[in-house]
Structure formats: structure tokens, C-alpha cells
Design a protein around this ligand. Structure first.
Ligand code: ZN
Length: 271
């Protein structure tokens, strides 16, 4: 796709400006307007749907849409305007991804590896958590700063100008896509595991499935042919212990959500 290119002058080192923009978020700087990333991701996702085979397997499509709808409902309060879209790509890769703007892709190989809605909800919940936590923006911003382009991009963004897409593309490296090929930091991955577990539990899925699912992923890796998902994610062993430790939090979250739903259904909650 084509972006209007507008050159952004690299300014005198505007420490004040960058400090102002880098603060204001707990886990990492977000230099780019989220709407900008969302527009870019929506275009890339549309392109992927043209270039990759979209599944016609009704059972797979219905399963992913069913799980996606429940998980999206669980985050609707915090992301009311997100236009979630869940697409099954017919590909044996054990993989899934999510992009800013709520575009989620799940590959056939992953659906076949998981044996229940609960297990598939573990991965889709993890991906939704990346979107919820705006990890793509943080990851990309960190890369721009590393390249010394942070101030230039921040200046463009602060003036509501078009951010020069060449700068963004430089940060990705050629051919990679928002939230797809972009590996996140370990911190972001563990955060997505934790928040994703809360999301799936809130949606009524069994958080214990996370342990079962990652053990399956580990077994698949040890059989050789490392699942694609693991090429951008930490090794399962490291995550299983953390997920186990997070299960009590997830169960509490579930109980709270159930209580809220109970009250809401009886009109005892004013929202
Ligand atoms: Zn991840």
C-alpha cells in the first residue's frame, strides 16, 4: 500500500519534547499515535487476506469467531471502539498474531494443535493482550529511539503531522508487519501471558488450559520442527511456571466477572 510521504525535519535535540512524549505510560514509550498504527495495520491485514489462503473450514472459522467474540466482549469496557476481526488462515503453521486495530489471524496448524476452546482461547487471549497493552507501539517506539529517530517521529506526531512512513518502515526492516513479524521483548511476552490469562478467564474459559496448551507446544517443539509461534515467543518451559502462578489471579478475575454478569443480567448494575 502507498502512504503519502512527508519529510520530517530532524530537529535540534529536543530533549524536552521527547521527555514529554515518552512519559505517561507505565511499561514503555509510545511515540506514535495509536490511530496511525491502526490504519497501517488494517491495510496490511487486508493485504494478507488477499495474499494468504483464508480458511473455508466452517468448523475452524466458527470456532475462532466464537472464541474471538467472547474474548472481545471481555475487553469491551476498556476498548469499546475496537473493531475486532478474527480470520483463520489455511496454513499448517502453528502460529497466531494480532495487530493494532484488533486484527487477529489464527493459522490452521494452531487450531489443530489445540484441543479445546479453552486452549485456543489461551493463545487468542495472549494476542488480544498485546493489542490491549499497545505493545506494537512500544516495541516500534523503542526501535525508533534505538535508531536515533525518536525525536523526529515524536515531533511529527506531536504536530499531528503525517509521520514519515519511511522512518517506520526503517524500524521494522523490510517486509515485516505490525505485530506479525515483530518480536516483542520478554517483558511484553510475559505481560501478554498474564493479561491474556485474565482476559480468557474473564470470558469464562478455564485458565488451567494455559498450562496444558504450553505443555503441548513444548512437546511439539521437542518432536522437531519448532512451531512458528515459538520463533517470536519465549520457550514454553519458562512460561508454564509463571502461568501456573497466575492461575489464582485468573480465577479471582473470573469470579468477579461472573458476579458482575449476574448483577448486570438482573439490571442491578448501572452500566
Ligand atoms: Zn506474544
Amino acid at each position: 500500500m502507498k502512504f503519502p510521504v512527508r519529510r520530517i525535519k530532524v530537529l535540534f535535540a529536543s530533549v524536552f519534547l521527547s521527555a514529554a512524549l515518552f512519559s505517561g505510560c507505565a511499561s514503555g514509550p509510545q511515540l506514535l499515535p495509536e490511530s496511525y498504527l491502526e490504519n497501517m495495520a488494517v491495510g496490511q491485514f487486508a493485504q494478507m487476506k488477499e495474499e494468504l489462503p483464508v480458511s473455508r473450514n466452517r468448523a475452524h472459522v466458527q470456532q475462532v469467531e466464537r472464541i474471538g467474540a467472547r474474548l472481545a466482549a471481555a475487553v469491551a469496557d476498556e476498548m469499546p471502539d475496537m473493531e475486532w476481526e478474527f480470520v483463520v488462515f489455511d496454513d499448517p503453521s502453528i502460529n497466531a498474531f494480532a495487530m493494532p486495530g484488533g486484527k487477529v489471524g489464527v493459522f490452521t496448524g494452531l487450531i489443530e494443535l489445540s484441543e479445546s476452546d479453552d486452549e485456543l482461547a489461551v493463545v487468542i487471549g495472549h494476542e488480544i493482550a498485546h493489542v490491549q497493552q499497545r505493545h506494537a507501539n512500544q516495541r516500534l517506539s523503542a526501535e525508533l529511539i534505538r535508531m536515533g529517530l525518536g525525536v523526529a517521529v515524536a515531533y511529527g506526531a506531536s504536530r499531528q503531522d503525517q509521520v514519515d512512513p519511511n522512518l517506520i518502515m526503517a524500524a521494522y526492516g523490510l517486509g515485516s508487519q505490525v505485530g506479525v513479524m515483530l518480536p516483542y521483548s520478554r517483558h511484553h511476552e510475559y505481560e501478554a501471558d498474564y493479561k491474556g490469562l485474565l482476559i480468557m478467564a474473564r470470558a469464562g474459559y478455564d485458565p488451567h488450559a494455559a498450562v496444558a496448551f504450553w505443555e503441548k507446544m513444548e512437546a511439539a517443539a521437542s518432536r522437531g520442527g519448532v512451531p512458528e509461534y515459538l520463533s517470536t515467543h519465549p520457550a514454553p518451559g519458562n512460561r508454564i511456571a509463571r502461568l501456573k502462578a497466575a492461575i489464582p489471579d485468573a480465577l479471582r478475575e473470573q469470579e468477579h466477572a461472573e458476579a458482575q454478569n449476574f448483577l448486570r443480567e438482573r439490571g442491578l448494575l448501572d452500566d
